[in-house]
Design a protein. Structure first.
Length: 80
């Protein structure tokens, strides 16, 4: 078991990594995960794909993330 200080540091590091990403994109990821709970794998994948194609892909930060990946640079999130 981890000493409490190490656990707190690990949790804080994880929080920092997560919150460094685009808030709207994280919201969409959460929506995709929650909407697929209790569904079959096939139906869950359909639901996630629908969210990706109809909602996530329209976000400015989604496009920025793709451009940054292709250009091999860190994304400049605008939270839009």
């Amino acid at each position: 078991m981890w000493p409490e200080a190490e656990l707190e540091k690990a949790v804080n590091d994880l929080i920092a990594r997560i919150t460094a990403h685009s808030a709207p994109v994280l919201t969409m990821a959460k929506k995709a995960i929650l909407s697929g709970m209790g569904l079959s794998l096939k139906d869950g994948m359909k639901q996630s794909m629908s969210i990706f194609l109809n909602e996530l892909y329209r976000l400015e930060d989604s496009q920025e993330g793709l451009h940054a990946l292709v250009e091999k640079r860190k994304p400049n999130w605008k939270n839009r």
